[in-house]
Design a protein. Structure first.
Length: 116
């Protein structure tokens, strides 16, 4: 049975694009074009973009974590059906897959802190 790889490839491409954009936003210096465009308003012009970037980072991380947990979880159930003594190892692998969502949440908090 041939597996359809179009959807994971599209998700990976979207995640890479968002990661590149978030990296650029995080690496901008504090006195960048946002502060020069409206000096009296501070980061008011950047606030909607920061909120959107944080939402995208958290959302894509949650989607990726769900996809990873689905793949690892189904394999883990199959392994546990054959060898129940693998429970500890399987829990670690599923926990690592869930950690992707936590990383996305951390990035979202960093973006919002940077925006002020």
């Amino acid at each position: 049975m041939k597996m359809n790889l179009k959807i994971p490839a599209l998700m990976l491409a979207a995640a890479a694009a968002v990661a590149a954009g978030v990296t650029v936003l995080l690496l901008l210096p504090a006195g960048s074009a946002f502060a020069q465009a409206a000096p009296a308003a501070g980061n008011a012009a950047a606030a909607p973009w920061a909120m959107m970037a944080a939402a995208i980072a958290a959302g894509l991380a949650a989607i990726a974590a769900g996809y990873a947990v689905a793949a690892v979880g189904s394999a883990a159930v199959g392994a546990l059906a054959e060898k129940p003594e693998l429970l500890g190892r399987v829990l670690i692998l599923v926990g690592l897959a869930e950690g992707i969502a936590i990383y996305g949440l951390i990035v979202a908090v960093l973006i919002l802190n940077r925006a002020g």
